[in-house]
Design a protein around this ligand. Structure first.
Ligand code: GAL
Ligand code: ZN
Length: 659
């Protein structure tokens, strides 16, 4: 199977989305020159080129793309060629309105923006396949081609009639009979029983609350329907170029695609990362997305897009202060990225993204941003031979699952304040601040390689997942399980006892009597810390030890955190410092060690192979003591004893002590 290695070839890919159709041809030559100057070795072409290639139905205008492919090749720049199927031209929607998505209330999502296609529309699929076929045939043998990029950020949802039919086919595959569907959806409730397949609709606008199992299956279906579009195009390009890797770029922590399932169908797992430069936890967020994507890839992965500075789509769009772009880029490389790419190469002068930064911004080649880009390009060229192809997996895992996420974000729950992603991020933050190398895993995965497994919040767990956790703990593993976990089975049917019985046994809980969610900003006192968001009325079964009890309030004296051997249960969301201490304690007992001890606040240490990355997310100047003599791979200088890091500084080091 082709992989990122085939495109990176010992380098780190550096470059970005290139949208030359927005510029007159004279600019292209200047682009190529400046790309060389910046160390760009890879561009993504064609993402939004459908209307340029096929200006009217059936046309094929490839001449301009031929010239660009040749130009890139002449400058030694590889091309990640996109199938331009995420933004159909207006003629498609005008002539074939059935290709346009419909919202829950039946209204049409019109063209005039992008991503206005219905994944279930046979007409859309036919046009997309025909274009992909011709694109692949034309460029299969082009020497600039290094990778295929299918579509862009698959994210559409549709509730139209074609989708309804497609949904029914999917449900027939899943349940075989309407009786099985009725049972799985619990349609005895509110007289919702379906008498025939033909009655079943996507969950459109209703008078009152939806059936949650219906919503859950529609999310599963939508991810699968989009994946069919991806697979169809992937199979076309793979037939023309069996040795060229294929990717599609994920939005990170995006609920619409089950990334575990999708990643298994990609040669290269790539993601678009946009932490807010203003967010003091931006570095942690970037680290989390990197850990997640590396885990999905099972090896080196690709930053397909990041911003050189500001984006255009937040309320207030802050640029990146000097050094931050470099810091986060090196952070991604430290965590296994073999490609650091941007949206986009040259900043647009028109269109919705004219205020979105680019590698080459409106300030031009004299701009500060371009200066930093050149520095990053030069440094990545040095690092390629040192780290490319290697990716270290963490020894502590966080379990993460789309079914659980989907089921937990539905309308009617004990608390609408409970956000799956925020809880996951809080737990990752605890491990990140503790300096642990963290992996993500799906609940059914083989967990035996991990010293500790953390489950921040998995409301839905399959029987297989629960058995997996039990096996892991019985085999000596350390499990730290967060609140409101193991509540529902895979049909979103509540398991009796307030939590699955096998899990309760594992954790030493007889009954979960009530969930006591907290109001926004409210805290619950626990021994030694404050909890937020959630609390639970637990009755232990006598086999577990109370690590911390609730203090005061309705739950006074009841366990907030308990453990039965190496299985821990945390029934609230401890404040950040307390969560860090708790996870650190459990991980320490499990034999996991931080990458480096005794680091100054704000400094992160990451190892990739035998290379040590020190990343300073704070502002002041700090001194980091080193364990023995090192060489700085970016400057060639010796680093004996210690290194100094300024605001957003980073050092990439290799030990010079003989092993
Ligand atoms: C991504 C998208 C790019 C660009 C970018 C702006 O979602 O793939 O085309 O729109 O965001 O941040
Ligand atoms: Zn549709």
């Amino acid at each position: 199977m082709p992989s990122l290695r085939d495109a990176a070839r010992g380098r780190i890919l550096f470059g970005g989305d290139y949208n030359p159709e927005q510029w007159p041809e004279e600019v292209w030559a200047e682009d190529a020159r400046l790309m060389r100057e910046a160390g760009v070795n890879s561009v993504t072409l064609g993402v939004f080129s459908w209307a340029r290639i096929e200006p009217h139905p059936g046309a094929r205008e490839f001449g301009w793309l031929d010239r660009l492919m040749d130009l890139m090749h002449a400058h030694g720049i590889g091309v990640v060629l996109a199938t331009p199927t995420s933004s159909p031209p207006p003629w498609m929607g005008a002539r074939y309105p059935e290709t346009l998505p419909r919202a829950e209330d039946g209204s049409v999502i019109w063209y005039g923006s992008r991503q206005h296609f219905c994944a279930s529309s046979p007409v859309y699929r036919r046009h997309a396949a025909a274009l992909t076929e011709d694109l692949a045939a034309r460029y299969a043998a082009h020497p600039a081609l290094t990778m295929w990029h299918i579509n862009n950020e698959y994210c559409t949802h549709c509730w139209c009639d074609a989708t309804a039919e497609h949904f029914r086919r999917w449900l027939t595959w899943r349940y075989t009979t309407t009786a099985a569907l009725n049972e799985a959806w619990g349609t005895a409730f509110w007289s919702q029983r379906y008498d025939s397949w033909a009655e079943i609709l996507p969950p459109r606008t209703t008078q009152y609350r939806h059936n949650p199992a219906h919503l859950l299956d529609f999310k599963r279906f939508t991810s699968d329907a989009l994946m069919e579009c991806y697979l169809a195009e992937r199979d076309i390009v793979a037939r023309h170029t069996p040795h060229t890797p294929v990717t599609t770029n994920f939005m990170p922590l995006w609920a619409g695609q089950d990334a575990w399932a999708w990643a298994a169908e990609e040669d290269v797992v790539s993601v678009d990362v946009y932490p807010d430069p203003q967010d003091s936890l931006g570095g942690q967020y970037n680290a989390m997305l990197a850990d997640m994507t590396r885990s999905q890839a099972g090896g080196p992965w690709m930053v397909m897009e990041q911003a050189a500075g500001a984006v255009n789509w937040r309320g207030v769009n802050h640029p990146k202060p000097a050094g931050l772009n470099r810091l986060w880029s090196l952070q991604s490389v430290a965590r296994g990225a073999d490609a650091v790419c941007y949206f986009q190469w040259r900043q647009s002068r028109q269109g919705a993204e004219k205020f979105h930064s680019a590698m080459l911004g409106h300030s031009g080649e004299q701009g500060r941003t371009f200066g930093e880009i050149k520095r990053i390009g030069a440094e990545l060229a040095l690092l390629g031979p040192e780290v490319s192809g290697v990716a270290e997996a963490g020894d502590v895992a966080i379990l993460h699952d789309w079914d659980a996420w989907w089921a937990s974000t539905q309308e009617d729950r004990p608390s609408s304040l409970l956000s799956y992603t925020e809880v996951v991020q809080s737990w990752h933050r605890g491990l990140w601040e503790g300096g642990f190398a963290t992996e993500f895993a799906r609940p059914e995965a083989d967990l035996s390689a991990f010293r500790m497994v953390a489950v921040p919040h998995l409301y839905l767990l399959t029987d297989a997942a629960i058995d997996n956790l039990v096996t892991y703990v019985r085999g000596g593993g350390t499990l730290v399980c967060g609140f409101f976990t193991g509540i529902a089975d895979e049909d979103d049917r509540i398991r009796p006892g307030g939590m699955d019985a096998r899990l309760r046994e594992l954790l030493g809980i007889r009954t979960v009597h009530e969930w006591w969610p907290l109001d926004a900003g409210a805290v619950v006192e626990c021994e030694g810390f404050e909890g937020g968001l959630w609390s639970e009325e637990l009755e232990p079964d006598g086999s577990a030890e109370t690590v911390a009890a609730y203090r005061g309030g309705e739950l006074d004296g009841l366990p907030a955190v308990l453990r039965k051997g190496s299985a821990w249960y945390v029934s609230t969301l401890p404040a950040p410092e307390a969560l860090r201490a708790l996870l650190g304690r459990a991980a320490g007992e499990a034999g996991a060690r931080p990458v480096m001890a005794g680091l100054p606040a704000g400094v992160e240490a990451v190892r990739r192979g035998d290379v040590l990355f020190l990343l300073h997310h704070g502002r002041g100047r700090v001194t980091v003591e080193l364990p023995g003599p090192h060489i700085d791979l970016l400057t060639g200088a010796k680093a004996d004893g210690s290194v100094e890091l300024d605001r957003y500084g980073a050092a990439v080091l290799r030990s010079t002590t003989a092993p």
